[in-house]
Design a protein around this ligand. Structure first.
Ligand code: UFG
Length: 337
């Protein structure tokens, strides 16, 4: 069984690569390292003691990406590649639409040409309207507050239309909630460029002394302590969700959206305290105004994933925080030596 991972050097891609190699799957990574580091490949090899093919290529570029399909008979594609910064997406929307939608379209064209029938897509809880419901099921109302979310929602639609036109296709649209944490080795992890936008990477950089304090965006939400509540999921659990989706794709046709979350929400303050407990490091913080586009509280209904994939998240918030801290401590400058 050979899998192609687009964006396989990224945060979620690299963790999924490790779990796949450990389970004996053959993988090919295609990544242009626009938001990742080629050193990740060595780290994956070091963790797994296994080797794999990799291509430095832009998956939105048909002729560059076609080489991979010419040289490998792919059974399943896991499509992680894409721009992912919410704030940036609003500032440069055309680049986001161009990159993320072209990648999806190019991939589907090449899958059709080379007879590849199975694809797992990195979608996001950002496709839901989280102002209406807090517990989100796959049929909750959809609507986005930013361009990043729209690129995911539009890609989902493109996959659905492609699957309607080609009944051989089998597509799992995995809607991730908030992935955090790292592989237990501490060798791979979330490595955002510059000042992190997301909560956990910000906290770990405060803990390691690279940032002074955490700014908590709003303490007047209608939640148990006034701070925003999200469904944080360990990236290793998320990676295992992809492996469960492979079997689902091989045995079903059509396109289907499935949540990958734990079903439990934690507030920003609860995450801060869990991190302090796991690391033994105090995190100074200050409340500031709400961040545009944020909503009070949402978390996944994880039932469909359990029913269709036989998968559920197992690792808890403390394990998420402890592993994120291990990665940051062992790699204070990310993948730079
Ligand atoms: N937060 C802070 N301070 C920070 C960063 C975040 O208080 O410096 C708060 C936010 O207001 C929010 C919570 O921490 O309440 C989580 O924020 P993140 O930025 O970590 O995550 P989001 O829930 O905003 O978004 C994440 C991903 C998106 C994805 C979405 C889907 O960044 O890509 O989850 O659920 F679409």
């Amino acid at each position: 069984m050979k899998l192609l991972l687009t964006g396989g050097a990224g945060y979620i891609g690299s963790h999924t690569a490790v779990e796949l190699l450990n389970k004996g799957y053959e993988i090919v990574i295609a990544d242009n390292y626009s938001n990742s580091d080629p050193k990740v490949l060595d780290r994956i090899r070091k963790i797994t003691n296994k080797d794999f093919a990799h291509y430095n290529c832009d998956v939105a570029n048909y002729s560059e990406f076609e080489r991979v399909f010419k040289e490998h008979k792919i059974d399943v594609v896991i499509h992680f590649a894409g721009y992912k910064a919410v704030g940036e997406s609003v500032k440069i929307p055309l680049e986001y639409y161009e990159n993320n939608l072209n990648a999806t379209i190019t991939l589907l064209k090449l899958m059709n040409k080379y007879g590849v029938e199975n694809c797992i897509f990195s979608s996001s809880a950002a496709v839901y309207d989280s102002t209406k419901n807090r517990r989100l099921t796959e049929d909750s109302p959809l609507s986005c507050t930013n361009t990043y979310g729209y690129t995911k929602l539009m890609s989902e639609q493109i996959f659905k239309d492609a699957a309607r036109a080609n009944p051989k296709l089998s597509i799992a649209l995995l809607r991730y909630f908030n992935p955090i944490g790292s592989h237990e080795s501490g060798l791979i992890g979330d490595n955002p460029n510059g000042i992190p936008n997301n909560l956990l990477p910000y906290i770990t950089r405060v803990a390691v002394g690279k940032l002074d304090k955490l700014y908590i965006f709003g303490n007047d939400y209608d939640t148990r302590d006034g701070t925003g509540v999200r469904d944080y999921i360990h990236v290793v659990d998320l990676a295992l969700g992809h492996i469960a989706a492979i079997d689902y794709c091989l045995n079903n046709k059509g396109a289907i959206a499935i949540n990958l979350g734990t079903g439990k929400g934690y507030s920003v303050l609860e995450v801060v305290h869990a991190f302090e407990k796991a690391s033994g490091v105090k995190i100074p913080y200050e409340f500031t105004g709400r961040r545009e586009g944020d909503t009070a509280e949402y978390y996944a209904s994880p039932e469909l994933a359990k029913k269709l994939l036989g998968w559920e998240a197992r690792l808890d918030l403390e394990q998420m925080c402890a592993s994120a801290w291990k990665w940051q401590k062992m790699n204070p400058n990310g993948y730079e030596e």
